[in-house]
Design a protein around this ligand. Structure first.
Ligand SMILES: Nc1nc2c(c(=O)[nH]1)N[C@H]1C(S)=C(S)[C@@H](COP(=O)(O)OP(=O)(O)OC[C@H]3O[C@@H](n4cnc5c(=O)[nH]c(N)nc54)[C@H](O)[C@@H]3O)O[C@H]1N2
Ligand SMILES: Nc1nc2c(c(=O)[nH]1)N[C@H]1C(S)=C(S)[C@@H](COP(=O)(O)OP(=O)(O)OC[C@H]3O[C@@H](n4cnc5c(=O)[nH]c(N)nc54)[C@H](O)[C@@H]3O)O[C@H]1N2
Ligand SMILES: [Mo]
Length: 582
């Protein structure tokens, strides 16, 4: 539900499903370009490289409809002097509040400036601005893309992005002046109907100046859950082409499925249609996290069987199927004692570093099992025995499982059980970082945009683009409190943020009660009435036509059919809605 757009979209253009930079690149770059990622709330570890860059004179340019405090300024909590004096480091040199869904046009505007600057440099006999040698050797699709940069008008760019030509020229000037640029992005790019196009546009921008596969430069999707990247690396996927079927067959002597499974959208649709009858959930709070939450509550509970393997109780547990199990499990911070001693697991971060994670706190009860023990326990009770299936041995010693992973992926996981304990972990490697492009073309691909925004609907009178936000007081569906202190919003999450101009235009007033109603195009209408009432309208500095409210509360409004076209990642950052008084 986050970076599947990356897994599919980034692979399409550079042959890598993950970011191309390593941690050291952060210390070498000249500039960060931030698109729809909020480090202050969601990835505070990232604030230190940002501050370091500013301390050495680098530049940060941000594109985000919402002003996020972590991208405005930063007080280093690890610096006693800064904490005592309250000395802030200014983070973003430029902060561009574009419309939700406006990144395609904004980035095309930046690219248009690069093309113009290159034309001018060539005419004047000066050093080129586009890295033509790189483009020639490493890319395809350049001519068509350049033509689209020349053809698009500034009026179109301004209309679609909500930014002025002057603002985009300022941003482009920083991009052109920097030798090494890292493009950072998060849910602001991935959670749109054309999220993959957003990513392809960012890659276009980076490719123009050879900003992928050189030190201090690259493409940096920031991941969420601690192992959302690593699970794919070991072949856990719904697409059979991503699963090492031949190795599984050889290792364990069974015939693995050869048909694709379901992604989240297909699974939920299957549940709505009554076709999905059972769900085993290794973590998560799916009823709360997926689109169309109201329908999901009914469909989830109508199944024959739900099994939730969870570290904490959550709302999904309140909608049991005909037979339902909640299986409490250890979290990774808890000691995991098995027959051969304490066990560790590994995680992979956004920089493709794989490292050991060892629990230190005492488990809440000695009856709580580990995830692995639960999975092997279920397997042992259901699957016929065979010499290759050593459920008990694997449970006793997780290192044996890692040996099998190494056997399956010998290049990525060489010496797995030893290297996982190296300080900072070990680097899995990434072709695109070395300018090896695992695309069908064998090159990095320039993408000519077919449209100037990432939306799957048209603008219409009274229709707004709703962004669903996270606050610092939540981790996904777990809400810790009602203080969104970084945005200065206190006391309630049942609010909807709107620009003062939009409020005035509608004859509304700040503090008024409103209801949000999903408002899709006629050809997308599935007859469902989706609404969320009891919200307090709150004046906030936002672009016209873009409004914001909180995730997961807004999930009743997101239609399950509203997702990234390529990857089916729910499009939670541009939900078409009306605002009604009352
Ligand atoms: N404290 C905390 N940390 C977390 C999480 C949490 O819930 N709480 N969740 C974790 C998870 S699973 C994930 S995936 C990550 C998510 O981390 P992020 O990727 O940062 O995700 P969001 O906060 O959902 O949205 C990011 C930003 O996108 C902006 N945005 C919205 N629409 C657009 C748009 O059209 N264009 C642009 N340019 N920007 C836009 C929003 O204003 C917001 O600032 O965080 C992880 N870390
Ligand atoms: N509208 C809207 N919807 C969104 C998003 C959005 O931005 N807007 N973001 C999407 C994103 S990026 C994500 S990742 C999803 C999140 O969707 P989910 O992953 O379904 O939600 P979480 O709240 O992260 O799940 C938390 C639960 O996982 C369990 N858990 C935690 N740690 C462990 C563990 O180590 N092992 C096991 N077995 N269980 C554990 C606990 O029981 C906890 O209650 O939501 C998505 N939905
Ligand atoms: Mo996520």
């Amino acid at each position: 539900m986050c970076h599947e757009t990356t897994s599919v979209g980034l692979t399409k253009v550079i042959g890598s499903p993950v970011g191309t930079i390593v941690w050291d690149d952060l210390a070498e770059t000249d500039a960060f370009f931030f698109f729809g990622q909020n480090p202050g709330t969601n990835s505070p570890r990232f604030l230190h490289p940002l501050k370091d860059l500013k301390d050495r004179g680098g530049k940060i340019v941000t594109f985000n409809p919402v002003i996020e405090q972590g991208l405005v300024s930063f007080v280093d909590p690890q610096s006693p002097a800064a904490m005592l004096t309250g000395k802030e480091t200014k983070i973003s040199d430029q902060y561009h509040q574009l419309k939700a869904g406006g990144d395609v046009a904004a980035i095309l505007g930046l690219c248009k400036c690069v093309v113009e600057a290159d034309d001018a440099a060539q005419a004047a006999g000066k050093a080129e601005v586009i890295d033509h040698a790189f483009v020639k050797q490493h890319t395809t699709g350049f001519d068509a893309f350049i033509q689209s940069c020349r053809d698009v008008t500034w009026a179109e760019i301004e209309q679609e992005s909500g930014l002025t030509e002057a603002a985009l020229r300022d941003a482009a000037a920083v991009y052109i002046a920097a030798e090494k640029v890292i493009g950072v992005y998060g849910m602001g790019l991935t959670q749109h109907t054309h999220g993959a196009l957003n990513i392809a546009m960012l890659v276009n921008l980076l490719l123009l100046r050879g900003n992928i596969g050189k030190p201090g430069a690259g493409c940096c999707p920031v991941r969420g859950h601690s192992n959302v990247q690593g699970q794919r690396t070991v072949g856990i996927a719904e697409k059979v082409k991503l699963v090492p079927l031949d190795k599984l067959k050889a290792l364990f002597g069974f015939d693995p499925p050869t048909k694709d499974g379901m992604n989240i959208v297909e699974a939920v649709e299957g549940m709505f249609a009554g076709k999905v009858r059972a769900f085993v959930s290794l973590g998560g709070n799916l009823v709360r996290a997926v689109p169309d939450q109201k329908r999901m509550e009914q469909a989830w509970a109508a199944q024959d069987l739900t099994v939730m393997i969870s570290t904490k109780l959550n709302r999904s547990h309140l909608f049991p199927a005909k037979q339902a199990y909640i299986l409490p499990c250890l979290g990774r911070f808890e000691v995991d004692e098995q027959a051969t001693g304490n066990q560790s697991i590994t995680t992979e971060d956004s920089f493709s570093m794989i490292s050991a994670s060892v629990g230190h706190t005492a488990p809440v009860s000695d009856m709580v099992k580990s995830e692995l023990a639960i999975v092997t326990g279920i397997a042992k009770a259901t699957v016929a025995t065979s010499p290759g299936l050593k459920w008990d041995e694997w449970t006793a010693d997780y290192g044996l499982v890692r040996d099998l992973i190494e056997h399956t992926y010998p290049d990525d996981f060489r010496d797995y059980n030893a290297r996982m304990y190296e300080a900072g972990g070990f680097y899995r490697g990434n072709g695109a970082h070395e300018r090896i492009w695992k695309t069908p073309e064998g090159k990095a691909v320039f993408t000519t945009p077919g449209q100037l925004n990432s939306l799957g609907f048209k603008d219409a009178p009274g229709r707004y683009r709703l962004i669903t936000l996270r606050s610092n007081d939540q981790f996904n569906t777990t809400i810790y409190g009602y203080s969104d202190r970084l945005r200065g919003l206190e006391g309630s999450r049942d609010i909807v943020l709107m620009s003062p101009e939009d409020i005035a235009e509608r004859g509304f007033h700040d503090g008024q009660r409103v209801t949000l109603v999903t408002d899709v195009d006629a050809d997308d209408d599935d007859g469902q009435d989706r609404r969320l009432g009891g919200l307090t309208l709150t004046a906030y500095k936002l672009p016209r036509g873009t409004i914001a409210s909180y995730y997961p509360e807004c999930n009743v409004l997101v239609p399950i059919g509203h997702h990234d076209e390529l990857s089916k990642t729910p499009a939670s950052k541009s939900v078409p809605v009306r605002v009604e008084a009352g």
